[in-house]
Design a protein around this ligand. Sequence first.
Ligand code: IFM
Length: 468
Amino acid sequence: MTATVTSTSAQPALASIKFPDGFVWGTATAAYQIEGAAREDGRGPSIWDTFSRTPGKVFAGHTGDVACDHYHRYADDVALMAGLGLQSYRYSIAWPRIQPDGTGPVNARGLDFYDRLTDELLAKGIDPVVTLYHWDLPQTLEDRGGWANRETALAFAEYAQIVHQRLGDRVGTFTTLNEPWCSAYLGYGSGRHAPGKQDPALAFAAVHHLLLGHGLAARELRSAGARNVSITLNPSVVFPVDPDSAADQAAVRLLDGLSNRIFLDPLFKGKYPVDILQHMSQFTDLSYIQDGDLATINAPLDVLGINFYQPSYVSAKPGSPGMLDQPGSYGIATRPPTGPVTDMNWIIEPAGLTHLLQRIHREYPGTAMMITENGAAYPEGPSADGAVHDSRRIEYLDGHLRACHDALAAGVDLRGYFVWSLMDNFEWAEGYAKRFGIVHVDYTTQKRVLKDSAKWYRDVIKRNGIGS
Ligand code: IFM
């Protein structure tokens, strides 16, 4: 890595940066957010089909029924990726396309789609990274208790094995889960995501069964010969509002435990943090944690996927019910953003990413990492000249790539970076109102237009860095 100052203008000079040889550049998407074709070729219903059709749950009643119509346009989309020079593409498989009821009969036409997509990517020299679960649980499994039910973890391992059997000869990296924090806490805690349950006991049971599902699937994948097995987390980066306040620091510690150590410790140390088990036992009897589960969850990982968007600042607030999205966080308050934010009202602070990567490197030594998602929502669409001038997104991405570079310089084993997202898509409870893509999608015509950020990213990939 080298860093040289190249600007001679009156503006503060930003250094050119280079990434290590072999650093992987990609973009990411997820099945329900882009595919559409919700009832085609034998796909069964998922919890997001049900949730998005439930009045009041998703912005303006939007659904993923059509989304970006990627199911039919995948070849054009892959051509577009190739034009950007992408080296890798992270996509997810819709479980209800593969097993419409979550268990039992396999739907060959569902597998055929991912087979075609994978071949198309490889034909264009793009390495596929497959996420097995990005939130679209088959509805039948939810009807039996979803992730709060141990059976779902067992079913997930069977599904992982089915997908590997079909794609494992061509896919080098299988990621079991995307952001289990969201599946458990937004799905079963605050209810802001599907299936919309609001019960801390269910949320904590879901955390355990998601981790168990990961461990069981990782074992299946490994024994079937998978080259790289991973999981993607979205660790919170939490700072105290007042660093000198012991109470604020205790709030940070609790929140870090409930959102981060509850996943990281079982995965990397084979145990739950003692303080968090004690805290959880106020809400649940923990009887769902069975002998042997933690050894299963502690399966070897080749790479840890990190999704990062923003840090947060919290303080102790005795008597407060806590944060809606974080069951068990009573007595803690979040400070609203005080500086620049994205269209999601998310804080822009790239140094938080360096902090996170260094923390995992220090506390879970030997962990190789990939940024599997990072990006920003901004509303810009085509201007009169037909182009999409999204300079704020470029600035956001530039800042976060520099933050990655800082982590690399500090010795973090960071292998690659995937922009969220390749194209504008269904942003869950926000529907199509928030646009994260570096490619603009007109949802009426399905026309794709490269935003300025896509052209900028093409250049970053070509140079393996920023600047000259
Ligand atoms: O769109 C989501 C993605 O599905 C998971 N990570 C966060 C993104 C932005 O909210």
